[in-house]
Each structure stands twice: as C-alpha cells, then as structure tokens.
Design a protein around this ligand. Structure first.
Ligand code: FAD
Length: 400
C-alpha cells in the first residue's frame, strides 16, 4: 500500500497534522498509524477532563527553546489556532489567565471534533504500532506500507498508559536521529517527607524556588499541594521543569515562600501587632489569619512553640523564626514521581537536527517532526497543547 503522507502517532499533533495536510493538499492520500486501539486517548485526560487546549498569552519565552519555537509561534498564534478549532465546529472560551477550554468544558468535544474531521476528509487510520521505519526511494513502515513523506508525532515518554512510551525515539534510530536526555516534567516532586506527610491534602498559594548548592536554578508561583511523598499542585509541576538543570539531586533544595505577596517587614509588623492585640489567643490559632490551620499549627510546632500557650508569650525572636519558616522553608528534594505520572517530557529530538522553518529533519529529507517528541516543553496552562497544534500545522505545510 502506498500513501503520499504517513503520520506516526494519532495524538493531538498527529490528528491536527493529518487534517492540515489534507486541507493544504486535498489530492494527497494520508494515513495515521496509532499503536493504541483508539486515537487521542491522552486528549481525554488533559486539563482534568476539560482540555486546556491553548493559552492566549503564549509567546516563545514560555518555552525552553525560544529561538527554535519563535517562527512557529509567530505563524500559528493562539488566535489562529482558535480559528482552526472554529473551522472544526469547536467553540472555545478563555479564562482570566488566558487558558483556553472548549465551550462544552469537556475534552471529549475536542477529540470528537478531530475525529469527525479526519473521517470527513477520508484520512485512513491503521491501528498498529510503527516499529520499523526505513527509507529507500520512499519510506517503508513496518516492511509493508510505503509513503513519500512521514510526519513523526509519537510524543515523549510521559503517561505511557496513554500511548507515548518513547517508542518514537527507538523508531528513529534507523536514521541516527539524536535526542537530548529525557526527563519527566510537569510532575510531582518527591522530598524529605517529615514536613509534608502530616500536611497531606493541605493547599497553599506561594512561591517555590529550586536551588543546587545554594545556586538558583528556577522558581514557580501558584498552588502548592502537600502529599505523603512530597509536593504536588501547579507550582510544583511547573518547578519540576527545572530539575533537568540539576546535576546532583542530593544537593537540590526547594525553598517554600507561603507569603510571597508580603515583604518580610510587612509580615513582621502584621504578626507583632496580631500578638499584641490578641495576646490571649492560643498559639495553635496564631497563624490561621494567613495560612490554613493545619499549616499554621505545623509551623508553630516546627518552631518549637507549645500550641496551648497564649500568643502573648511569643518573643520577637519566636516571630522572626516563624517568618523564616513561612517565607523560606527548606525541603530536601529526592526526585520525582517519574514518567508514569508526568504530563510532559522534557528533552526530545535534538533541535539542532530540525529545520525550525519547516519541522523537517536536517538529516533525512521528507521526514518531519511535531509536538512533544521534539525537545520543546513548557509550563502548565495550555502551552504544551499550543505547541502540539502549532508545530503540527507547520509540519503539515510539507515544505522543505
Ligand atoms: C494527564 C495529562 C494532562 C495534560 N493536560 C494538559 C493540558 O490541559 N494542556 C496542555 O497544554 N497540555 C496538557 N498535557 C500535555 C499534552 O497532553 C501533551 O503535550 C500533548 O498531548 C502532546 O501531543 P503529541 O501529539 O505530541 O503527543 P501525544 O499526545 O503523547 O500523542 C502521541 C501518540 O502517538 C502514539 N504512538 C506513540 N508511539 C507510536 C508508534 N511507534 N506507532 C504508532 N503510534 C504511536 C501514542 O499512542 C499517542 O496516541 C497533559 C498531559 C497529561 C498526561
């Protein structure tokens, strides 16, 4: 069997690139290879089942490789992607932070829109894993399907139960395509659990700063969720992107600021006046005006304060110690929850081997990449699906 274009992987970038190829070149025959028994399984899990499919504020600076993504992002902006979705009959809404969701609030509408369009355009789907990719005068997939051009959209290694298990990188070994080291990203971070375990389920808003031997590595703001293994929540997931820059995890520390919207001076004056005005308040409730009660109690205990004492007994030194623990609490990092739990893979096909104006391989003519298989990643908020869609649309131009 011969096809003009074969697309390996039927996730977000595979489905979008198939549709766009067919729209750009209606005469071309297109086939998608998908290793699972259905396409787009991961799409259903995105955004907690709501699919945060884009972000109106997305710019090149939101990605690990601004110079590589700039051309794609300028050409396929969030607004142009929303028009793409509209052309599939899918209307969207954005929240105050620019996060875009389907109007139906359901990820299945996104997948349905993609599936109906692939059907309408006559795109063939073969439910088979692509295990072998060769090229003679044309590409040959699994020794029997021939194609003139191939777009590889296999994703990374994250969330392997949804299909992306790193097999794309193995498939490309024939062509000696290099990939950078792969790390789970947007993933929960494991830490020394003495502090976090008793706080399981408690959420705070704050800032996390990652250091290695006191050297700044990265920071992230937002919700932090305490767990029996360490930290979760959006700020933690965002911070996990920087772990690839740590050379020895033994030396990695997270500093937690649970009052990043308040200067130390401001916090000091609040706590001193709170103590003076409410001297009969039990210490276990002393911090409940600024932190969840369980967190307040844990911090007081950590500072060696007896919870049954009255606040009036707190010395200025106690208050300084409390502030240090609210604004600069140190946690020792031990690792992450791994690819199984990660939303995105950091690392991928080495960008030096890809033409950023076309997404074509610099080594192999007519071989294109898009989506997460490339060494491109971003934070939570719709930026990764923005990349999957925009890069798929560029690859589908089949230029080069
Ligand atoms: C739980 C979860 C929630 C997320 N939520 C969001 C969100 O709300 N917003 C956001 O922007 N990003 C989110 N992401 C990240 C986003 O889903 C990915 O970045 C995006 O799906 C990547 O698209 P892709 O097409 O490149 O890869 P994938 O979606 O991983 O698709 C790859 C496809 O290729 C198939 N495949 C792999 N190897 C082969 C092979 N050898 N042969 C045939 N088929 C193969 C796989 O089965 C899969 O269907 C989330 C991720 C997860 C796991």
């Amino acid at each position: 069997m011969f096809f003009d274009v074969a697309i390996i992987g039927g996730g977000m970038s595979g489905l979008v690139s198939a549709i766009e190829v067919k729209r750009n070149y209606p005469e071309k025959s297109v086939v998608i290879f998908e290793k699972l028994d259905r396409v787009g399984k991961k799409i259903l899990a995105t955004g907690n089942g709501r699919c945060n499919l884009d972000n109106l504020t997305a710019t090149k600076e939101d990605y690990n490789s601004p110079s590589f993504v700039s051309f794609t992002l300028e050409k396929y902006t969030p607004e142009s992607n929303l028009d793409f979705w509209k052309s599939l009959g899918l209307l969207t809404v954005a929240d105050s932070e620019g996060r875009v969701y389907p109007r139906s609030n359901s990820a299945s509408s996104v997948l349905d829109a993609l599936r109906f369009e692939t059907e309408k355009l006559g795109i063939k789907i073969i439910f088979e894993k692509a295990e072998k990719l060769d090229k003679k005068d044309v590409f040959i997939i699994n020794n029997n399907i021939k194609a003139e051009k191939v777009i590889v959209c296999c994703g990374g290694c994250s969330s392997p139960s949804q299909g992306s298990d790193g097999s794309g990188f193995r498939l490309l070994k024939t062509f000696r395509c290099r990939n950078t080291p792969l790390y789970p990203s947007l993933v929960q971070i494991t830490t020394d659990t003495r502090f976090t375990k008793p706080l399981k389920g408690v959420r705070v808003k704050g800032r996390l700063t990652l250091t290695e031997k006191e050297k700044f590595i990265g920071k992230a703001d937002g919700e932090i969720l305490f767990a029996d293994y360490g930290l979760s929540g959006i700020a933690t997931m965002d911070l996990s992107r920087f772990l690839r820059k740590v050379s020895d995890i033994q030396n990695a520390r997270i500093y937690l600021d649970m009052a990043c919207d308040m200067e130390e001076k401001e916090l000091l004056s609040y706590l001193v006046s709170h103590r003076n005005k409410n001297s009969h308040l039990e210490c276990e409730n002393f911090l409940s005006g600024i932190l969840p009660k369980a967190m307040g109690k844990t911090i007081m205990k950590k500072c060696g304060i007896f919870l049954g004492d009255e606040a009036g007994k707190l010395t200025d030194k106690d208050i300084k110690n409390i502030i240090e623990n609210i604004k600069n609490l140190e946690l020792k990092v031990t690792g992450t929850k791994g690819f199984e739990f990660s939303q995105v893979t950091s690392g991928g096909i080495d960008l030096k081997e890809v033409d950023k104006f076309t997404m074509m391989s610099e080594r192999v003519n007519d071989l294109y990449f898009c989506g997460e298989i490339l060494d491109v990643d971003s934070r939570c908020g719709g930026f990764n699906l923005h990349w999957a869609v925009s890069s798929a649309r560029l690859a589908a131009e089949l230029k080069g």
